[in-house]
Design a protein around this ligand. Sequence first.
Ligand SMILES: C[S@@+](CC[C@H](N)C(=O)[O-])C[C@H]1O[C@@H](n2cnc3c(N)ncnc32)[C@H](O)[C@@H]1O
Length: 233
Amino acid sequence: MPGSRLYRELMQPPTFVTARGALYDGDALLLLPDLVDRSLDLVILDAPEGRAGQEVLEAVISDTPRLLKPTGSLFAFGASETMAELWVKHRSRFSQGAWLVWHHGRGSGRGKNWVRSYETILHLQRDEFALRSGSSVTTDVLAIPRVSGAERMHSPSQKPLALLRTLIGVSTRPGDLVFDPFAGSGTTLLASEQLERSWIGCEIDGDSRAFIEGRFRRGGRIQATPYKSLSAR
Ligand SMILES: C[S@@+](CC[C@H](N)C(=O)[O-])C[C@H]1O[C@@H](n2cnc3c(N)ncnc32)[C@H](O)[C@@H]1O
């Protein structure tokens, strides 16, 4: 696979590989030391909510400047409050940041306070110009509905393919390497594959990995001899 030269011998075989990427099983924090300095073009971070998720998110962000190419960048998803904390803590290690709003249009809750209908996406950049020239997105509010209907649903945190295709499409080029340590339903990985980007994914939960594998299998994208093709580099 195109990205395989970019990482060292990993501790374990991937769950599966495709022509462009590999999904790993386990704790992303154990995978990080195996990733080569300045090898990644894009990191997508959508960590679980709560204290444990926050800790693991912090750990990955701390290591990201080492991993990103000088032209690389990072998108982190979350509530504005969480993203504000990250921004204050980490902005000095990036050259600039942009605040995007993913307006999914469907709030939860009903009653005496504002119903939140968006998620914040923090775009931390190493370079001044993080978007591909000529990219079609010009504004920082992305109005894309939540996953429903035809796009099979794994969990409420599943991001729509259209959203990830937009983020990956405007910030990388074909052949670039995208890393998602909290793959969940695998939306980042599938969007990368479809857009001809290389990718590395990691997911600690077995049901989620099975869901991702199913998504790729339905598209006929999984290679028959997974580990050999990775280690023969
Ligand atoms: C918010 S979900 C990601 C959703 C994903 N963006 C999507 O579109 O489906 C976070 C995922 O991170 C996984 N996770 C939590 N801690 C992890 C860790 N230390 N290493 C790898 N995966 C982890 C969880 O199992 C969960 O599936």
